[in-house]
Design a protein around this ligand. Structure first.
Ligand SMILES: [Zn+2]
Length: 1003
């Protein structure tokens, strides 16, 4: 899966975790659950099994009503809307015939739901699944029929499988060999574990196959998980579609199944769809026939799949159109109106597929690939085998309307999902604990693949910004987590689809690629995939394949597993301190864990890593050899005597930042680096990635109290002559933190003047004129610098942007007539809205309602938060929580992020969240979304009293949000501490440079 890429590195790509699955945490839930238990208990005393059965199914749908606009009351008459032609009354009788009683167990012990694994006495071999979705207002349900061939591994009299929010009508079990029925004496539902447990009258025999037949009804929910419905408009006409998102634990919402990744089986799927719609699934269609009951429906029958995990099953029913590259059996699908924007995805998709077939040295095993852009999608994209689903913005690119950077995003996400087709789909991590391997690998290979297909973009250079430096921030918190982490329940599983699994995962794989070399790395990957194909694996399987590949080639003497365990099983990452003895030439390398608040570990932390150390010197200037010249083999420090270096030569470690660690030097070496960087004619002797590394490391070492801020700030001053994108971006991010912290203080003006002096010449050079075919990197560079310049009130920048926005407002038909270049729009729109008032804001809002191009919609959503009028910001937040406003639920976080991104908007957003917490919970219905919102609205808090308020709010309202909320608290505590320790130093430094700059200007 690819995460949604919200601004400010929000982790919103996590799986939607519905409150209805939380049995103990949400307040209204425990109430409803208590209600359920009481009702069932009371009824059980007086009612027949028939009555109990019917009520047992109902409370689950009632939970759903809490988080959707779809009302479904626990009332038999309402259940009749389910058009099970049907078999409604008959099925109940049948249930009675096979099931004597139904028990509902709801575990009262919260700890107990940690243990959510299925018993391992049964494994599924084949599913034959038939689904009929009803995609009509007033009836969003589906009928299902599944026949599951299972093999009994150990003798048992219970059959346990998953199912959520499904009503069962008929359950039968029989022996495969002779078709003899096995009597089911009891059906139990374990709600917290999402289990259904059948107890049989006779033991099931080990080694025998049985067939489990179930007919059922489910709900096409609007929570963007399971089998869900989605609405879009085409030419003012409302269109409903039905699509799926199963990773990690939501296949069980669409059909009863053994919903764990290692329990692979073959799927034969049939979808009945209205005659005027089409369906797509993982495999190719092998037959069509008229529906036996519904005259306006057709059955689409799909070929049997290869063995695959349930979370990779997918099907969609839409009225979309498609384009096909028939040579490669590769198709793209989108809303008819948006289909032309899928041309780039169709162009690059087959190229990436071909590259990856060569990269893995394994042919893509399925007969076709479909990619579809969906109007409502929680994550960025999903790698379902053979049917890749995308958020529209991650697949559609509109030449001339979407910014150049949107093209790079489409390429990356497409590459990420195709990379999973082998790594994740062909071979699947046995359990979610190893999801980092899946996501880390796809996140790394997306760069490798795009770099191979779009060479001019130099995407590998950007890797250190997006995946290494941005992850350091999160991983420096003591509340971070190890990347290979034990997880059980769906919320825990959802929470690890985070920056650690994706970013750190990819960064340590890149580190491994560099210390093993391409030759060994690629051979090990191919061996691993071949050995485990159609099955599941653990990370140690990959380590041993890589160790063998390395030993065969005599490339690496250690056990890859030992090296990598130090990175995957420990939380955090090290800072390597390099201290030179300038007289003897001896160099000491010492490691310790890098944490944001330097005193939180008490110096007792025993973590040590296997650290590959590459380096170069002023004499050598070799920035291409990234192979380690020495190792810290889990040692706290080493002393090296044989490095040849002149005492006045600088030393730089971690070439191209291929190692996932920070570096600190002794003060004299730092001074030499400041000197060379500030030398206008010589700073380029250092590789641009290492220039970015030096800025990022020094500023963060200072931030955490390990380096004098004056040293770090002296380094940033070289940016006044830096022209390259990567170091500039690192500088903007590092300075951005100071910006945020100082923006509520008395000396922000000095900060602004300082950064504007740094920006000036580069802003002029990039300018407002855009050449045709500019590189993605240059386009991104311009966006970053212009928006920073305008943010800091750069006079020409503001004038230019306001002029362009006003001209646009004067257009007769602004929706069709917009001559602002796509790469300038983010800056121009934001300044236009910010400098204006309600009229300018409404203009942007109307454009948002009118436009259907996804990148433009996303951009307009962001700039609506740029206004400085508090009443508009409140209005905007309010709109984001209304179904009828035009803002999709998938975009709620973006709205909060946009509002909270300024010092005016942040307190408004934080207050709004606190005042509307219950409404927010009810509306978004997702723990991960709440966490993302809380994260963005608290980013700028840095006063002791603000920290106290946050703490109180968390303990009163949301202590149940898990690890992410602890991270928010820790980050805020670090901000407060930072203000106490560094504010004065920075102000003094800024005043001094301001003074000397004025002296220069005066002279
Ligand atoms: Zn992924």
């Amino acid at each position: 899966m690819t995460q949604g890429r919200e601004p400010l590195t929000i982790m919103d790509g996590n799986l939607q975790t519905d409150f209805s699955t939380k049995t103990k945490r949400g307040v209204y839930l425990s109430k409803s659950l208590t209600f359920v238990i009481l009702v069932i208990f009371a009824l059980a005393l007086v009612a027949t099994a028939f009555i109990v059965y019917n009520f047992a199914a109902c409370p689950r749908t009632d939970h759903l009503a809490n988080v959707t606009k779809y009302e479904h009351i626990c009332d038999q008459s309402k259940l009749l809307v389910i058009p099970l032609s049907t078999e409604n009354s008959k099925s109940v009788t049948l249930v009675e015939s096979t099931t004597n009683t139904v028990e509902i167990t709801t575990s009262e012990n919260e700890n107990a739901v940690k243990d959510v694994r299925l018993p391992n006495n049964i494994k599924p071999d084949r599913y034959i699944l038939r689904l009929t979705p009803y995609i009509f207002e007033g009836n969003f349900t589906f009928d299902g029929e599944v026949s599951i061939v299972i093999t009994v591994k150990n003798k048992t009299n219970t059959v346990t499988f998953h199912g959520v929010e499904l009503s069962f009508h008929k359950i039968e079990l029989y022996k495969k060999v002779d078709g003899k029925a096995v009597k089911i004496v009891r059906r139990t539902e374990d709600v917290p574990r999402q289990f259904h447990i059948l107890t049989t009258a006779e033991d099931l025999i080990a080694g025998q196959q049985y067939v489990l037949n179930i007919t059922f009804t489910g709900i096409l929910n609007d929570n963007l998980h399971g089998f869900y419905r989605s609405l879009y408009e085409e030419k003012k006409d409302k269109r409903w579609i039905a699509v799926t998102q199963f990773q990690a634990t939501d296949a069980r919402r669409a059909f009863p199944c053994w919903d764990e990744p290692a329990l692979k089986a073959k799927f034969t799927i049939s979808i009945a769809r209205p005659n005027n719609l089409t369906s797509i699934s993982n495999m190719n269609i092998v037959g069509r026939e008229a529906h036996e009951i519904l005259s306006d429906y057709t059955w689409d029958h799909y070929a049997e799949s290869l063995p695959m995990s349930t979370y990779l099953v997918a099907f969609v029913v839409t009225d979309f159109a498609n384009m096909t590259d028939s040579k490669n059996n590769f198709s793209v699908w989108a809303r008819k109106e948006a289909l032309p924007s899928a041309a780039y995805a169709l162009d690059i998709g087959p190229k990436i597929l071909k590259f990856l077939e060569e990269y893995y040295k394994i042919k893509f095993p399925l007969p076709k690939i479909d990619m579809i852009a969906l109007p409502d999608f929680k994550a960025g994209a999903m790698e379902n085998w053979g049917l890749l689903t995308f958020r529209e913005i991650a697949m559609l690119y509109d030449v001339g309307v979407s910014p150049t950077t949107a093209k790079a995003r489409v390429a990356s996400v497409v590459a990420h999902e195709i990379a999973h087709q082998w790594f994740g789909n062909l071979v699947t991590p046995a359990w979610w604990s190893d999801i980092w391997l899946n996501e880390g690998f796809a996140s790394y290979v997306e760069y490798v693949a795009v770099d191979a297909v779009e060479k001019s973009w130099k995407l590998m250079e950007v890797f250190v910004l997006n995946e290494v430096q941005s992850v350091f921030k999160l991983d420096a918190l003591t509340s971070s987590h190890q990347i290979s982490v034990e997880v059980g329940n769906p919320e825990e599983i959802g929470a690890i689809f985070d920056k650690i699994s994706y970013g750190k995962g990819s960064a340590i794989l890149r580190m491994m690629n560099h210390f093993l070399t391409d030759d060994v790395f690629n051979a090990g990957i191919t061996d691993y995939l071949n050995a485990k194909k159609f099955g599941d694996a653990e990370q140690r399987d990959l380590w041993s394949a890589l160790t063998n590949a390395a030993r065969e080639r005599k490339a690496f003497d250690a056990d890859v597993g030992v090296v990598m365990d130090s990175w995957t099983l420990q939380t955090g990452f090290p800072v390597l301190t390099i201290t030179r003895d300038y007289k003897t030439g001896v160099i000491t390398f010492k490691q310790e864990r890098f944490v944001l608040i330097n005193d939180t570990l008490d110096g007792n932390n025993s973590s040590v890593w296997w650290i590959p150390v590459s380096y170069t010197t002023a004499a050598e200037k070799d920035f291409l050899s990234t192979r380690p010249k020495l190792w810290l083999r889990g040692e706290r420090s080493i002393v090296v005597e044989n490095i040849t270096i002149g005492e006045n030569d600088w030393f730089i470690g971690n070439i191209q930042q291929t190692g996932f660690y920070r570096i600190n030097y002794d003060q004299r070496n730092w001074n030499m680096l400041i000197k060379i960087l500030n030398n206008k004619s010589r700073f380029q002797e250092i590789h641009p990635i290492n220039r970015a590394q030096i800025i990022d490391d020094s500023m963060n070492l200072a931030l955490s109290g390990r380096l004098d801020y004056r040293t770090a700030l002296d380094i940033t001053s070289y940016l006044s002559h830096e022209k390259s994108y990567v170091p500039w971006k690192a500088g903007l991010v590092a300075l951005g933190y100071i910006d945020t912290m100082l923006s509520k203080g008395a000396y922000y003006l000095e900060y602004k003047r300082y950064v504007l002096r740094l920006l000036n010449s580069t802003v002029q050079e990039l300018g407002w004129e855009i050449m045709t075919n500019e590189s993605v990197v240059r386009a991104q560079h311009r966006v970053d610098l212009l928006s920073t310049a305008c943010h800091l009130q750069h006079v020409e920048c503001l004038e230019q942007a306001v002029r362009m926005y006003t001209n646009w407002m004067l257009k007769h038909n602004p929706d069709n007539d917009n001559d602002i270049h796509a790469d300038l729009r983010s800056t121009v729109y934001c300044v236009g809205v910010q400098a204006g008032n309600a009229r300018e804001w409404n203009f942007a809002w109307e454009r948002f309602l009118a436009v259907s191009v996804p990148s433009e919609r996303e951009l307009l959503l962001s700039v609506l938060g740029c206004t400085r009028a508090p009443y508009l910001l409140y209005r905007y937040l309010d709109l984001s929580l209304r179904n009828d406003s035009g803002i999709r639920k998938q975009d709620t976080v973006r709205v909060f992020s946009a509002v909270a991104s300024s010092s005016i908007g942040e307190p408004i957003a934080f207050n709004f969240v606190r005042a509307n917490w219950q409404r927010l919970k009810d509306y978004v219905g997702s723990v991960s979304t709440l966490n993302s919102i809380l994260k963005v609205v608290t980013r700028r808090l840095n006063q002791a009293h603000e920290y106290e308020e946050l703490k109180r709010f968390v303990s009163e309202s949301c202590s149940d949000l898990g690890r992410p909320v602890l991270q928010v608290l820790e980050r805020t505590a670090a901000n407060v501490q930072w203000m106490e320790q560094n504010y004065q130093t920075i102000v003094k430094w800024l005043l001094a440079v301001d003074k000397s700059a004025h002296r220069v200007t005066d002279a």
